[in-house]
Design a protein around this ligand. Structure first.
Ligand code: GLC
Length: 418
């Protein structure tokens, strides 16, 4: 796929090499364990071939978003120059930029910046820019979806549920019919992990509410927040969601659904590929649909994704930017989409035949991605996330009542966002 983006990149890489800037450079690139370092390695190998004199070494640490944030915060606040490039969760650019941990890319991209940014879906281009500066480029796009067992809904002649109430009623029908003690109705993430921020936000957003306004002020609506949490607890009480929901992490949802132990599962886009693996019990039985709404509410989902950023402390910034540019091209995006259902941030890649063949549901995923909502964009995001996910988990585990949990969440958020 020859694009202007690639041509410009190739010229930039060639120019750097001609200046001798890339002789014997080793780039240390941070890629978290869940972000398929095996596939990233293949793309780094291609970059090494294109840019003689540059070696890429993968560094890892922390397998989940919040653990990675903790790891990178430690490394970067120590002004450690051992990392050149980092793959960061889309929730982090604002915080890292304000802390001056990442190098703005504008001056390196120069006159190519506009073309490059226009090649991404508007939401991803927007998420890459903080205070008018390009913080990072998209590695892949993501959102939460509802996975479901196509075969079981078909067996009981049930449609895709549009609301949580409908999902509860369908789940009860299937569970009663199947009489399989290992089958759960719905798996969601209630452990105090990054994903639990979305567990809180989706039913809250669905009631037309937002957590912060355009100027970054807290707008937590207590009745809506309580209603959203009560909706989840109601699903637990009806036997649709497991009682231990406060311990469930993303990987548990994947494992349960993949082994045929869940009828519905809320999860991110790339787990699709895990469900299609040859040893998956649900291969070819998986449907994917938007997240249901609260009764009378809108269908909302959490936007996700990962970005490539250059460390402000890197001593090889030009080479690091060249790698980031390569990793954010349609070529790499297509490879990741075909191999691992990592969704492209580049709209053109969605139309690619090979991509659609490997993940036919991408056609319906694109509008979902385009309307997905961002978690709060803030330089204090780490603390906001920590507050929301720990309170959500405590309420789901019934360690606190819903009113007390929301009050505590609001009080802490007010302190953080003051
Ligand atoms: C996915 C999303 C990311 C999100 C994370 C939570 O990796 O892409 O944005 O924060 O899941 O676990």
């Amino acid at each position: 796929m020859k694009t202007r983006h690639c041509k410009a990149l190739c010229v930039a890489v060639a120019a750097l090499f001609a200046q001798g800037a890339m002789a014997d450079t080793t780039l240390h690139v941070y890629v978290g364990g869940a972000n398929r370092p095996d596939l990233m390695r293949k793309m780094f190998d291609q970059f090494e071939q294109k840019t003689p004199g540059v070696k890429v070494v993968i560094e890892s640490g922390g397998s989940t978003s919040e653990l990675q944030r903790a790891y990178l915060s430690t490394v970067l606040s120590a002004r450690d120059s051992s990392l050149d490039v980092m793959m960061i969760d889309i929730v982090n650019p604002a915080q890292y930029m304000h802390a001056q941990w990442i190098e703005p890319l504008d001056k390196y991209l120069g006159s190519d910046a506009t073309t490059i940014m226009k090649s991404y879906m508007p939401a991803y281009a927007k998420a890459s820019v903080v205070d008018g500066k390009i913080t990072s480029l998209p590695a892949y796009a993501d959102a939460q979806f509802m996975y479901y067992r196509k075969d079981l809904l078909a067996k009981y002649h049930l449609p895709e549920p549009k609301t949580w109430d409908q999902l509860a009623s369908e789940a009860k029908t299937v569970l009663a019919g199947e009489r399989d003690a290992s089958l759960q109705g719905l798996s969601i993430q209630g452990a105090p992990i990054e994903g639990a921020v979305c567990t809180f936000l989706t039913p809250y957003w669905s009631q037309g509410k937002d957590l912060i306004d355009a100027s970054g002020r807290l707008t937590l609506d207590k009745p809506a927040a309580e209603k959203g949490m009560n909706m989840w607890l109601n699903l637990v009480d009806q036997g649709v969601v497991k009682k231990n929901v406060a311990e469930v992490k993303t990987q548990d949802t994947t494992t349960d659904f993949r082994s045929g132990k869940a009828l519905f599962a809320v999860s991110w886009g790339m787990v699709w590929s895990h469900f299609q693996e040859p040893d998956s019990a649900v291969k070819d039985k998986v449907g994917i649909m938007p997240i249901p709404a609260m009764a009378g509410g809108s269908t909302d989902t959490c936007a996700g994704g990962w970005q490539w950023a250059v460390s402000a402390y890197s001593t090889h910034k030009k080479e690091a930017v060249a790698l980031v540019r390569w990793m954010a091209t349609p070529e790499v995006s297509k490879f990741l989409a075909v191999k691992a259902a990592m969704m492209p941030a580049n709209p053109g890649v969605f139309q690619d035949e090979a991509v659609l063949q490997s993940a036919p549901w991408f056609t319906s995923a694109k509008p979902v991605l385009e309307s997905a909502r961002a978690r709060p964009v803030s330089d204090r995001y780490g603390e906001i996330s920590d507050t929301v996910r720990t309170a959500t988990s405590a309420m789901l585990g019934r360690a606190v009542t819903v009113p007390d949990g929301i009050d505590a969440m609001a009080a802490r958020l007010r302190r953080v966002m003051r």
